[in-house]
Design a protein around this ligand. Structure first.
Ligand code: GDG
Length: 497
């Protein structure tokens, strides 16, 4: 294989993500330590990490945080420092105020700033270099998400011997929207540095392939993209024959719908303390006939306003009453320094206040609004306490909350109302699927969910549970890594992860 441009490191399996899976915590005495934040991704990749001398590369969550790599529960953690300026430009700016709204159907208007883009390029280069220095000869590197879309190409240039995967956790937008991005070609080129590019939905993969055809003119066949080894961009002069067999790299671009650690959610739900807590939650709410639940980061993509509008109208029309129904809305604080999120918070809290003020009684509030996060066991107790789960996203890559609700309902009860615009709706076909823009339709489905006979609830929930328990997050990562391993290139002897 070609000579490496960076001296190889020691890790044969590397995950690169914007945030490390650990948080820095400072105790009462001011001593710093690290606490794991075991999301589904960590749970899924832990076994692969242990088996393969794995390392995780990412940012520690605070400005200018530099430290020596260390072991956290058997995972080697390698830091990439970000300055306060970079957090503002690369992260809050380009990632969360350009790419995020653009990739979610421009629900909020994206901002385009050249300084943000420059910072994005520079930070991506730093992540690529960190991965290049840590990766052993022929290693597998798996890059995560929209903050790092340039890393695959940058990493391939530094280390042509590596096998590189990329997974996009958010949607990939239709070309008509994507093409607004001033740096649309660079991002597509960045992604095509990977061997396998994973998306949540089949539609996301098709949108990406269309962008590749339109912007680069490359041929796509099914899930394969033929990337010429010599640049064929119109206007770039190429010497020598370019259509000869062997002048292409094949890149796979296809859907790998992510999931959760379903068994661990079910196990938690089955524990006596969580079941007791679920009962207690219902009592604390005043034992309403129906408890409805929404759990979201406070984000404009989640359709919280649409949900509240439908609920408020049902209360106004007397079709629901605060005596009978309570909606618990967990709105986890998110991206609080980005303007659009400050505005969203004001808007949602105004609406919540109006609904509670207009339709509440001294004893009953129609909405129990929680602007903070909860521990995992409290979340599971909420899932168990909820008769109806409302997922009304306007656009969402997958939506893990929908899958978590289903995984927790070992009692085969509870009704999931699920937006068609969440990736989860491709799999969870027996949920009550809704278009959140259709407020009248959403209202009817909420009433249908509340009134659904037990037999129907059970039949639907059983079918949903089958899907979520069989297709869990370790199956997701195994499938991705299997495809990635089989495309290990440059004649390296196929990886067994
Ligand atoms: C992105 C994509 C895609 C929420 N509040 C609390 C809490 N959570 C947990 C949930 C769930 C996770 O956070 C949220 O995941 P989602 O999938 O619903 O949404 P995003 O954060 O937008 O995630 C999304 C996902 O990436 C994975 O690829 O599905 O489409 O947007 O796990 O349970 N957890 C705890 N307390 C809370 O208060 N403990």
């Amino acid at each position: 294989s070609e000579p490496s441009l960076v001296v190889a490191g020691e890790y044969s399996f590397i995950v690169v993500s914007n945030r490390l899976p650990v948080d820095r915590v400072i105790d009462a005495e001011g001593n710093a330590s690290w606490a794991g934040s075991p999301g589904g991704l960590v749970t899924a990749l832990e076994p692969v990490m242990r088996k393969n001398e794995g390392a995780w590369i990412g940012w520690g969550g605070q400005p200018d945080l530099e430290f020596e790599p260390f072991d956290s529960d058997g995972i080697r953690v390698i830091p990439v420092p970000l300055s306060a300026d970079e957090i503002e430009n690369y992260y809050e700016g380009f990632s969360n105020d350009t790419l995020w709204p653009l990739y979610h159907d421009v629900i909020a208007p994206p901002s385009f700033h050249r300084e943000w883009w420059e910072s994005y390029v520079e930070v991506n280069q730093r992540f690529a270099r960190a991965a290049a220095e840590a990766a052993a000869e022929g290693a597998i590197v798996w890059v995560q998400d929209y903050q790092l879309q340039l890393v695959p190409k940058m990493l391939r240039e530094l280390r042509p011997d590596l096998t590189i995967g990329f997974f996009n956790h958010i949607p990939f937008p239709p070309y008509g929207i994507y093409s607004q991005l001033p740096w649309r070609a660079q991002i597509v080129e960045g992604l095509l540095g990977a061997d396998v590019i994973g998306f949540q939905r089949v539609a996301d993969a098709s949108n990406f392939q269309r962008a590749v055809r339109r912007l680069k003119g490359y041929v796509t066949k099914g899930t394969q993209v033929e990337v010429p080894l010599v640049d064929q961009t119109p206007g770039v002069r190429v010497f020598g024959p370019i259509k000869r067999q062997g002048n292409f790299r094949t890149v796979i671009a296809r859907a790998f719908p992510i999931s959760i650690d379903s068994a661990s959610f079910e196990e938690l739900a089955r524990s006596a303390s969580v079941q007791e807590r679920a009962q207690q939650i219902r009592e604390e709410l005043g034992n309403p006939k129906t408890v409805m639940l929404g759990v979201d980061r406070l984000d404009y993509t989640k359709g919280i306003g649409h949900r509240l509008k439908a609920y408020g109208e049902l209360l106004a029309e007397g079709k629901l009453s605060a005596e009978d129904v309570t909606l618990v809305q967990v709105a986890n604080p998110s991206r609080e320094r980005v303007q659009a999120y400050m505005e969203l918070r004001d808007e949602i809290e105004l609406t919540v206040g109006r609904i509670n003020g207009d339709y509440g009684t001294i004893a009953h509030s129609p909405i129990s609004y929680q602007h903070h996060g909860f521990p995992r066991d409290e979340m599971v107790a909420l899932y168990l306490a909820a008769d109806v789960m409302l997922v009304t996203a306007l656009r969402d890559g997958m939506n893990l909350v929908a899958k978590e609700y289903v995984a927790c309902r070992f009692d085969d009860d509870g009704v999931l109302v699920l937006s068609e615009f969440a990736g989860a709706s491709d799999e969870l076909k027996r949920a009550l699927l809704i278009n959140p823009h259709d407020i009248e339709g959403l209202k009817e489905v909420i009433l249908q969910a509340i009134g659904m006979p037990k037999r129907d609830r059970r039949a639907r929930m059983r079918s949903l549970r089958k899907r979520v328990l069989e297709h869990d997050v370790s199956r997701w990562s195994n499938e991705f890594l299997q495809v990635l391993g089989s495309y290990a290139h440059h004649g390296s002897a196929g990886h067994e992860l």
